[in-house]
Design a protein around this ligand. Structure first.
Ligand SMILES: Cc1cc2nc3c(=O)[nH]c(=O)nc-3n(C[C@H](O)[C@H](O)[C@H](O)COP(=O)(O)OP(=O)(O)OC[C@H]3O[C@@H](n4cnc5c(N)ncnc54)[C@H](O)[C@@H]3O)c2cc1C
Length: 435
């Protein structure tokens, strides 16, 4: 068993082969699943580059309209939206793509509906995603079954790669294995560009300029480390995330159902994704994890407490996250917008993170387009207002639910109510699915 952290592992890009280095200023070819492998094919894409190339891979050649940091759902959809508007868009991702990511692997009905509205339904529904028809919540000997519709279970490796592919198809340029740092701006209001430092393994750092920078670098928030005003505040007793996707020979976890095992030290979600693989993800108290000595024991303990079978997964590679629940107070600055988990997150009990990320990406696009045309300080206020209205209000509901779960007495009472009257769960789920 091995444990890697998104924040640690992804910031240390793996050694690239010569071919990868040549291809680093990459555009992904139509992402195609290779039968049996679950991997995705790439081609040497430099010949498709929108700009010429130089020693830095071409990124510094001329200023970009938009540079987007992070190719999760927030960054990739924002890249898709801006490239579709005809803006020269560069999407930068520090890890080797496609990559795994700690996540429950459930793209909820609301997220799927958002993608469909944008003509991107295939991103979730294609690539072997499994339609979801039920949620089974298990706590002690109690079970609550809730019917679901409209959501899809798919690994983040497949989902995120498909979304990057959509951004590239819309005209964005994608550069992986490249870590970005936003350079502090000593704002000359008349200046038209913001600088971003890019570091690709094996190369000198280079600076590029963009009319607008979107930061969608997830919980790690690493591209803003030189801008302390953007630091996020982590909630007390915030849990951490753990996850793996692996082959498991067990019939105890039916395709189409999300199994959620809830304990007082955390919860574990198990679901079948493409190629019949099992996606296991958990939000767990850090102290409990340390007491258990590792992810396998911690996750097995919570599953056993909820009387769920512990799947034997083949050589799992566990990934971890930094503390989950956090908030970034400052969400915008001169020619800069923050979105997705980088703007704040509430632990994942309701499984809405992807929907929040997609909502933010769609909402920021018109403001970013406006910033490219002419920067105005009021865009900062507009983004704060829009983010509060569209995302933070919804996060409050999730925050309330997780607070109940952490309180033993309140959780037992809520549980007793739900298992006696399971119909009560339906309005909760409807609230989550509301678009
Ligand atoms: C245990 C767990 C279970 C979850 N389950 C679900 C679920 O079932 N359904 C759901 O909807 N949500 C779920 N979520 C939440 C969901 O995973 C996130 O909300 C979602 O991934 C946020 O997307 P994002 O684009 O903001 O960030 P991310 O998906 O984290 O993407 C950020 C990207 O930025 C890259 N990056 C970071 N720093 C840099 C840098 N300096 N330069 C370049 N690139 C950089 C990272 O490598 C990463 O690829 C879960 C989360 C956890 C922890």
């Amino acid at each position: 068993m091995s444990v890697t952290g998104n924040t640690v592992k992804d910031s240390l890009p793996r050694k690239g082969t010569g071919k990868q280095k040549v291809a680093e200023f990459a555009r992904i070819r139509n992402v195609q699943e290779q039968p049996n492998s679950g991997e995705f094919g790439y081609e040497n894409p430099s010949r498709h580059c929108a700009t010429g190339r130089d020693a830095t891979g071409g990124a510094s050649e001329r200023p970009w309209d938009a540079v987007i940091v992070g190719a999760g759902p927030a960054g990739s959809l924002a890249a898709h939206q801006l490239a579709s508007r005809g803006l020269r868009t560069l999407l930068v991702e520090r890890s080797v793509f496609p990559r795994d990511k700690v996540c429950g692997g459930c793209v909820g009905a609301r997220a799927v509906a958002q993608l469909e509205l944008l003509g991107l339904g295939h991103v979730a529904r294609g690539h072997g995603g499994v339609p979801l028809d039920g949620l089974q919540i298990c706590r002690g000997s109690r079970r609550v079954a809730v019917p679901l519709s409209g959501g899809v279970a798919i690994s983040r490796r497949a989902f995120d790669a498909a979304l990057v592919d959509a951004a590239v198809a819309a005209g964005a340029v994608f550069r992986s294995e490249t870590s970005a740092t936003v350079v502090p701006a000593f704002a000359d209001p008349a200046a038209s560009f913001r600088q971003v430092a890019l570091r690709t393994r094996g190369r000198d750092a280079t600076e590029i300029a963009a009319r607008v920078v979107l930061v969608a670098d997830g919980l790690s928030h690493s591209s803003l480390r030189q801008l302390p005003a953007f630091e996020s505040r982590v909630a007390q007793r915030s849990r951490i995330g753990l996850g793996t996707v692996a082959t498991a020979s067990t019939n105890d976890y039916e395709p189409g159902t999300i199994y959620m095992a809830v304990g007082c030290t955390g919860y574990v979600g198990v679901v079948r994704v493409e190629h019949d693989r099992l996606n296991v993800a958990a939000a767990i108290d850090g102290r409990f994890l340390r007491r258990c000595g590792g992810p396998e024991t911690a996750i097995a303990t919570i599953l056993q407490q909820a009387q769920r079978p512990v799947p034997t997964v083949e050589s799992p590679t566990w990934q971890g996250t930094p503390p989950l629940t956090r908030r970034t107070d400052k969400l915008a600055d001169w020619r800069l917008f923050v979105l997705g988990d980088a703007a704040g997150y509430v632990e994942p009990f309701t499984g809405e993170g992807i929907a929040w990320a997609l909502t933010a990406a769609t909402a920021v696009a018109p403001l970013a387009e406006q910033a490219c045309t002419a920067w105005e300080q009021r865009l900062v206020t507009l983004w704060h207002q829009r983010y509060d209205r569209l995302i933070r209000r919804r996060q409050r509901f999730c925050r309330m639910l997780t607070a109940v779960l952490k309180h033993p007495w309140a959780a037992s009472t809520a549980w007793a109510g739900l298992s006696t009257l399971p119909g009560l769960a339906r309005p909760l789920v409807q609230q989550l699915e509301r678009f």
